[in-house]
Write a protein that binds this ligand. Sequence first.
Ligand code: NI
Ligand code: MN
Length: 226
Amino acid sequence: MKITFYGHASLGIEVAGKNIIVDPFISANAKASHIDLASLKADYILLTHAHQDHTLDVEFIMAQNPNAIIVCNAEMATYYLAKEFNCHMMNHGGSWQFDFGKVKYVNAIHSSSFADGTYGGNPGGFVIEGEHKNIYIAGDTALTMDMKLIPMRTKLDLAILPIGDNFTMDVDDAILASDFVDCDKVLGYHYDTFGYIEINHNQAIKKFFDAGKDLMLLEIGQSIDI
Ligand code: NI
Ligand code: MN
C-alpha cells in the first residue's frame, strides 16, 4: 500500500492496483501548487465529510475520471448522485468489501456541511484493510472514546490523524488517539494549511518520540510505502 500526502487532509492511496483519492483539497492550497491535479488518477474518492477543505476538488477529479466512485456518507452521496456522479453510500459502523479492500466508515466528532449550506450528514473516518495492511484515516475529529473500538476489530499498521488543533485534535490528543487505536505509527495531517492550524514540527515529532511513538510529517507530494 502506497500513501501520498497531497497537503492538508488530501491523500492518494495505491492499493491492489487501484487509485484512491481521499478528501481532495489541492487547487486552493497554495502550499500544494506543485501538485498537478489534472494528472491524478482516481478509481475511488473517499470523503470523510462535506467541508470545503475536504471536497473542493471532487467535481474536477470526477470530470477527469468519470468512472470513479465516490465513497461517503448517505447525505453526501445524495448530493453527488444529484450531480450524476457514481457513489457508494455508507453510514457509521458499516463496512463494504471493495475490489481493493474492505472499508469501514467510523465515528468522528466534528460537523459536516457543503460550501453552499447543504447538509452533509454526520462526519466520519475510514478504516481500510487492503493487501494485508490496515490503516485508519480519522478525518477531522476530536479525540473520542469511540476510537477504542477500532483495535477490537482491526490491528492497525498506520493511523492517519489530524494534529493541527483549533478545528480538530492537537498533537497531545493525537498521542492519546494513537493509544486508543493501539497504533504507534502515525501520519499527521490537517496542519499548517491555514494560520489557525500551524504547528511546530520538531516539537510535535519530539512529543510523539517521547511517548514511544513515531510521527511522520510528509512533504506535500511525498509518499510512503507500508
Ligand atoms: Ni472539517
Ligand atoms: Mn478540515
